[in-house]
Design a protein around this ligand. Sequence first.
Ligand code: ADP
Length: 167
Amino acid sequence: MEITLVLGDITEERVDAVVNAANSSLLGGGGVDGAIHRRGGPEILDECRKLRASHYGGGLPTGQAVATTAGALPARWVIHTVGPVYSATEDRGDRLASCYRESLRVADELGAASIAFPAVSAGVYGWPMDDAARIAVGTVRRAPTQVTDVRFVLFNRDAYAAFARAL
Ligand code: ADP
């Protein structure tokens, strides 16, 4: 597996699968979620709504992942995963690690060879970037997966620097 860091917008990545830091409703939100739905178009939301109705009436649980079309994005699939909200009093690192493991498991099911991750939970959900980066890199490195090209796409220089330290 090759791990690459990219400074930029994940919606522009030419990979098989782009991971979305979704919220459990799967019905869109701000941050990277908003960007993916804006750029990818309404097809993604249509599939999300169907998934809600068929499988996730109570929402997609934290730490799990599910795939939809990528609509108009250059990627083939979007893998939606729900990160935990950061807590200073409770260790939720296992659930954040699960987002990366489960996303790679879904990617394997799809037959994806390349995947792009954002810094899950490190935006609105408040996870400190260095810790989020350490968990992301450590989990992906240890994951049993067929994916050979993993990119972490970081939206600003601070995030990029944190992932560079973690690598
Ligand atoms: P969460 O709710 O899981 O914290 P956010 O979308 O708020 O998710 O933030 C996750 C990370 O994604 C943040 O570091 C944010 O700066 C970054 N981000 C926002 N938009 C994009 C984008 N278009 N491409 C890549 N990363 C993005």
